[in-house]
Design a protein around this ligand. Structure first.
Ligand code: IMP
Length: 428
């Protein structure tokens, strides 16, 4: 640090929450900069499993101040539910520990209804969104008609803004054949939430810059992943924010001179939830083996929506691209233990599209749809690696797999996780 940026290198769900939790131990401030409660981070602390959607993982470290940055979209009712859940688990969520940017945008019930209506109207072209209202909230932000968190400082003004946003959305909902919302009924909870959130509101840009100037160490906790980025992802099958390294700076409001590390987090295989291309996707037994049964929280089912994730071999084309887009300084790999017991493993090292070899993903969805992965095959290992703590504890085949990933992406691998617990990490 002073500032470390932590980014998902694939399609989200790479295990960033547990990496953020581990890095937060050395941070003074942890800030989220993009997205909203479409994210789901699971952190295991002893025998407790903590699920976070909005609050940064740093909240589990009592010395850390957590910031919900200006680049986020916040559902105030869901934020409070999450805060109440944390408080019930004994976590201090006082305004000294959690700060909400006055410039963050708010997700209203209208955004949630519009998200659902839009997905319905797309039919088989649906994005497969989390239905949290994320896209419509960012549309209102860029359309310069959103409601910022700072407006909650005056409940009367906030109520007016909320009613008129709902009336406006009702016109669209009716046009699209959906039921309009009852503004009075759906806003009650929001007005209560606004009153409770007032003490948490602050200009986080000023706060963060003051802390950085005073030498504080800041961890920027990414949500989603590079391939879901509105600019750099598989458009239109993306989220509506910038979960890449550039988004950390605009979404928190400080300059690049403070950044000394950009850590990419990637799973040792690929997963994706929602629609969109995934060249290395597997089906059948192998996909089910990678996904798990769903009985463990670490199985491949969405933390936010519970949807089964699509699973496939590791895609080095995607990783190489993520290294470029974010300027990663090192890579953290997660879930190596899930691969134990597979007789052989594959990594896509390039794509073949219409007879041409691609080292990076093509820029159109149509080309991506025709991509044939070129695989390298590796021997598997049968040893249980969950108690490995040094690379010398890992079987040779596992070390070779990791080394090849580092070579293919031209980046050092910093750490590999071999289980869900805080200490199940192997340092390279
Ligand atoms: P939205 O962010 O709800 O609009 O969803 C847009 C796309 O991003 C969909 O494919 C979602 O499944 C995906 N997505 C959004 N947030 C996450 C996440 O935290 N992990 C994985 N996929 C996500």
């Amino acid at each position: 640090m002073p500032a470390t940026i932590l980014i998902g290198a694939q399609w989200g769900d790479e295990g960033k929450g547990r990496v953020a939790d581990w890095l937060a131990a050395e941070a003074d401030v942890v800030g989220r900069f993009a997205g909203g409660d479409n994210a789901g981070h699971t952190v295991v602390v002893g025998s407790s499993v903590v699920k976070l959607h909005l609050v940064p993982s740093g909240i589990l470290h009592p010395h850390v101040t957590c910031v919900l940055g200006n680049g986020m979209v916040i559902n105030p009712v869901n934020l409070l539910k999450e805060m109440d859940g944390l408080a019930a688990q004994g976590v201090d969520i006082s305004p000294e520990r959690l700060i909400l940017s006055t410039k963050a945008h708010l997700i209203t019930p209208a955004h949630i209804a519009l998200d659902t209506a839009s997905e319905k109207s797309r039919g088989d072209q649906a994005i497969g969104t989390t239905l949290r209202g994320i896209g419509p909230a960012y549309m209102d932000k860029t359309g310069r008609q959103g409601i910022r968190a700072g407006q909650m400082m005056s409940i009367e003004d906030f109520a007016d803004a909320l009613y008129s946003a709902i009336e406006q959305a009702n016109k669209t909902l009716v046009q699209q054949g959906s039921q309009p919302l009852d503004a009075k009924q759906v806003t009650v909870e929001y007005l209560d939430a606004a009153a409770r959130l007032q003490p948490y509101l602050r200009d986080t840009t000023v706060y963060l810059n003051d802390r950085l100037k005073a030498g504080a160490r800041i961890l920027c906790e990414g949500a989603q992943g590079t391939l879901l980025d509105i600019d750099h992802g598989d458009y239109p099958f993306v989220t509506s924010s910038s979960p890449t390294a550039g988004g950390a700076l605009t979404g928190l409001g400080f300059g690049p001179r403070y950044v000394d590390k950009v850590l990419g987090v990637a799973k040792c295989f690929s997963t994706r939830v929602g629609s969109g291309p995934m060249p290395t996707e597997l089906e059948g037994e192998l996909a089910e083996r990678l996904r798990g049964t769903g009985e463990h929280f670490w199985d491949e089912f969405g933390t936010t929506t519970g949807r089964p994730r699509r699973c496939g071999w590791l895609d080095a084309v995607v990783l190489r691209y993520a290294v470029a887009v974010n300027g990663f300084t090192e890579l953290v790999l997660t879930k190596l233990d899930v691969l134990s017991g597979l007789p052989e493993l594959k990594i896509a090292v390039a794509y073949m599209i219409d007879g041409v070899r691609y080292e990076y993903p093509p820029s159109t969805i149509a080309e991506l749809g025709r991509a044939e992965p070129i695989y390298e095959t590796f021997p598997g290992w049968s040893k249980d690696i969950s108690s490995a703590r040094r690379n010398s504890d890992l079987p040779d085949a596992a070390c070779s797999y990791i080394q090849r990933i580092a070579e293919l992406c031209d980046i050092p691998v910093h750490t590999v996780s071999v289980g869900p617990e805080r200490e199940q990490l192997v340092y390279f």
